[in-house]
Design a protein around this ligand. Structure first.
Ligand code: UD1
Length: 424
């Protein structure tokens, strides 16, 4: 089983380029099956989740050309199947982003219940609520763990849909389905993440009529048909945050290129509270934690524009090393503290109660055998390993490879003592 070995490293220094955003690219790819024309998605990271999405789309009838690095060309002349492959869907929750597109183009979708990181119950009730509001019939087969969504004789019809929580995935699925519904759809309490704007921009290039994406009330005028597009994904804001934290925990200084400062404002704000120096320059985001006394701060995850839940675990790893203690509150997912057990193996001494973790600072972490229990927990282990005495051996690294492009080599180029090994 492949592992990542991290040795205590000095301050990171140099430049790193951020890849296209995983969480944008997955729905951007899903949206391409809404048209029979060819679509080109650019700045696509080389990730396991992207490979899964390509396989899923091929089963629906997409022809995919990925011969050029970072570019995926798709064309779905015809939908040949509307049934999600159980194994692929179990592998990646984002498979459900194909429900809206299939419903819009084909009128029917059969989806096994999704898998992905085990960070909470993660139901799909809000996605289904949206489809129902657009007039689709939803049949849940509890025994076979599948759900069938079908459009009635009059097709999808626009409506006002209030989301009880601003779910990213539900907003994206409804956005795609409503793009080809009759009349107007309004999504109230919509998610406002930059990935939603990216998807709306791509759909608008394809001929959709979406207004106010990025606010909590999105308005969609349905159109009959969508056409092809060329679209470049936004840079990955969680990868950006991870490198900000890698520089901060090692008390280094790095320039993060291809990053959008506005997308990581809450991460920058909280790191500044810890006395990390961060500056947006024309070349990128410059982070400088050299010769500074870094101090504790409390953090709380929230939907955008709050602090992203996906950065909570790497941030927690960083907080173990600063002066003073912090409280970390997770409000988005109910089970996202699995990394605490692993950080404690490294000497962190974190206590949790419900959705709150008390993180003592000033810890001298030590290397240990730890697991990447989910994608972002894996990033936390890498970050912690950079400053832990001795060697940190991280297993289950397929989780990390689902969402970080070339993390080991990028960190190595900044001076980290890190390697991937296939040896036991
Ligand atoms: C997306 C991101 C993920 C990120 C998350 C929150 C992708 C591929 N993944 O996941 O990295 O951590 O946003 O920023 O973009 N919920 C319901 N019912 C639903 C849907 C969601 O109760 O139908 C709940 C979830 O259980 C969770 C919360 O809403 O507690 C947020 O989930 P959501 O925003 O939907 O996350 P994802 O789209 O799955």
């Amino acid at each position: 089983m492949a592992k990542i070995l991290v040795n205590k490293s000095g301050p990171l220094h140099g430049e790193v380029k951020i890849s296209g955003a995983k969480n944008s690219v997955l729905p951007l790819l899903a949206a391409t099956i809404m048209t029979e024309d060819s679509c080109v998605i650019e700045d696509v990271p080389n990730l396991a989740d992207v490979s899964v999405m390509k396989q899923i789309l091929k089963k629906y009838g997409a022809e995919i050309d990925d011969s050029e690095k970072g570019v995926i060309k798709t064309q779905t002349k015809e939908i040949v199947s509307c049934e999600g492959d159980k194994d692929l869907v179990q592998e990646m929750r984002a498979s459900i982003f194909t429900m809206g597109p299939l419903l819009a183009r084909h009128g029917k979708v059969i989806m096994p219940m999704p898998g992905g990181c085990t960070i909470g119950k993660r139901p799909i009730d809000l996605h289904l609520k949206g489809f129902r509001a657009l007039g689709a019939k939803v049949t849940e087969d509890i025994e076979n763990e599948t759900v069938t969504v079908e459009v009635g004789p009059s097709g999808l019809i626009g409506d006002v849909i209030y989301l009880d929580f601003p779910s990213v995935g539900a907003t994206e699925n409804i956005l795609m389905a409503a793009s080809m519904a009759k009349g107007t759809t309004i999504i109230e309490n919509a998610a406002k993440e930059p990935e939603i704007i990216d998807l709306a921009n791509q759909l608008n290039k394809m001929g959709a009529k979406i207004k106010s994406a990025g606010t909590d009330m999105i308005r969609i005028e349905g159109v009959e048909k969508l056409s092809g597009c060329v679209h470049e994904a936004i840079p990955d804001r969680i990868e950006t945050g991870t490198f900000l934290l890698a520089a901060a925990i090692t008390r280094g200084d790095i320039l993060i290129k291809n990053a959008i400062p506005g997308h990581v404002r809450p991460i920058i704000a909280k790191l500044r509270e810890c006395n990390v120096g961060i500056e947006a320059t024309p070349e990128g985001i410059y982070v400088d934690a050299r010769d500074r006394e870094l101090i504790a701060t409390d953090i709380k995850t929230l939907p955008y524009p709050g602090l992203p839940t996906d950065i909570q675990s790497p941030f927690m790893a960083f907080l173990t090393t600063v002066k003073g203690s912090s409280v970390v509150r997770e409000t988005v997912f109910e089970n996202r503290f699995m990394h605490v057990v692993e950080l404690n193996r490294m000497g962190a001494d974190i206590q949790t109660e419900n959705r709150e973790a008390r993180v003592p600072g000033g810890k001298k972490l030590h290397g240990a055998k730890v697991r990447a229990t989910d994608l972002r927990a894996g990033a936390a282990m890498v970050i912690a390993g950079l400053v832990a005495d001795g060697t940190t051996e991280i297993s289950e690294i397929y989780h990390i490879e689902r969402g970080y492009e070339d993390l080991v080599n990028k960190l190595k180029s900044l001076g980290a003592d890190i390697m991937k090994t296939d040896r036991d």
